[in-house]
Ligand binder design. Structure first.
Ligand code: PLP
Length: 359
């Protein structure tokens, strides 16, 4: 029996997608083998790859002057790829908004290749809020500004897109496809797949075409967006199964009503949980109200000696992966697209019952 899965990543996938994959696993398209066992250059796989790209373009309304790249190395690979690809032209300087642990990792990696200016930070209050719009200034001649619209560990989410006059780069690993975005406001958007896209092993980057010729001369081939773009993301063997499964998720998303429907669901699900947390003295959210993520909701019990009990009873009740990130403790419920509203209802009912018995 499938249970409700609140894992932050690799995260729950839509059940119909898994069923379809299961059904066609041994004999894909009557070829007598699985999708994992055919050449990535076969017409059958190329069709899957092209359809996945087109569906993603449709879902996010990606303009024609953006390349859609299917990459390896996860979002962490893009922490390196971003400076390698963007700090090779006029400027070796990049601006960053520091909003938590994932931003910190991107900053640390970029510092190996250029001058990094942290132009805004929420470190003063333990990254529990989003730096306010307009509360910071970009530095002169920056090659790009990087930010993390959703911090998966801290559970904060930007409710605005920074306005800058250099290319804006966003790590959307944990909130891509959860609401409509205006792609034109960004130079580069990237995301690891394993939350709202598909299985781990693949990452996606949307790169505005004019940014493809700013790479450092000695860029490793496997990190080059230009090489990937010129080769249709097949300069070497791509992760074909992850690409195929991501494509099925895109089709499922379209059938659900696209990112508009996902945004509505995300708001409903997160509101249900946050309203419950706010009404309780037994549980609380460490994140300031206006900055709370719709995707990742960390919360704590007033008495952390009950944490273990809470987690073990939750698991017995069919609610998986509620343990907070190892660096912060407490609990975290991730509410990505494939987590149904009923899962959050079940979670809240369990939490209320636990409180009644232990509070
Ligand atoms: N950025 C964010 C916001 C994330 O949540 C994660 C992983 O959870 C990463 C980057 C790193 O992704 P990957 O494990 O694909 O390198």
């Amino acid at each position: 029996m499938r249970k409700y899965n609140f894992c932050a990543g690799p995260a729950a996938l839509p059940e119909p997608v898994l069923r379809q994959a299961q059904q066609e696993l041994l004999d894909w398209r009557g070829l007598g083998c699985s999708v994992m066992e055919v050449s990535h250059r076969s017409p059958e796989f190329v069709e899957v790859a092209e359809r996945a790209e087109q569906d993603l373009r449709d879902l996010l309304t990606v303009p024609d002057n953006y390349k859609v790249l299917f990459l390896q190395g996860g979002a962490t690979g893009q922490f390196s790829a971003v400076p390698w690809n963007l700090l090779g032209a006029d400027s070796k300087r990049a601006d960053f908004i520091h909003s938590g642990q994932w931003a910190a990792k991107a900053i640390k990696e970029a510092r190996r290749y250029g001058e990094v200016n942290v132009v805004a930070s929420s470190e003063d209050r333990n990254f529990s809020y989003v730096p306010a719009r307009g509360s910071w200034q970009q530095s002169e001649g920056a090659a790009y500004l990087h930010y993390t619209p959703n911090e998966t560990i801290g559970g904060i989410e930007f409710d605005y897109v920074p306005e800058v006059d250099c290319p804006l780069v966003a790590d959307m690993s944990s909130n891509i496809l959860s609401s409509p975005i205006d792609v034109e406001k960004f130079g580069v958007i990237y995301a690891g797949a394993q939350k709202n896209i598909g299985p781990s092993g693949i990452a996606i980057a949307l790169v505005r075409e004019d940014l493809l010729d700013r790479a450092m001369g000695n860029i490793p081939r496997s990190l080059s967006w230009k090489v990937a773009a010129d080769a249709g993301s097949m300069d070497n063997t791509p992760p074909t199964f992850a690409w195929y499964l991501s494509g099925l998720v895109f089709q499922w998303l379209k059938a659900q009503g696209g990112v508009e429907a996902m945004a509505e669901q995300a708001m409903k699900k997160s509101t249900l949980l946050y309203e419950f947390l706010d009404a309780s003295d037994f549980y609380s959210s460490p994140v300031e109200k206006s900055s709370r993520s719709r995707m990742n909701a960390p919360f704590v019990l007033a008495d952390d000696r009950l944490d273990k009990q809470f987690l073990s009873e939750a698991e017995k009740a069919g609610l998986l992966s509620l343990k907070g990130h190892r660096s912060v403790g407490g609990m975290r419920a991730s509410l990505y697209n494939a987590v149904p509203y009923e899962a959050v209802e079940a979670l809240v009912a369990f939490m209320a019952d636990f409180e009644a018995r232990r509070g």
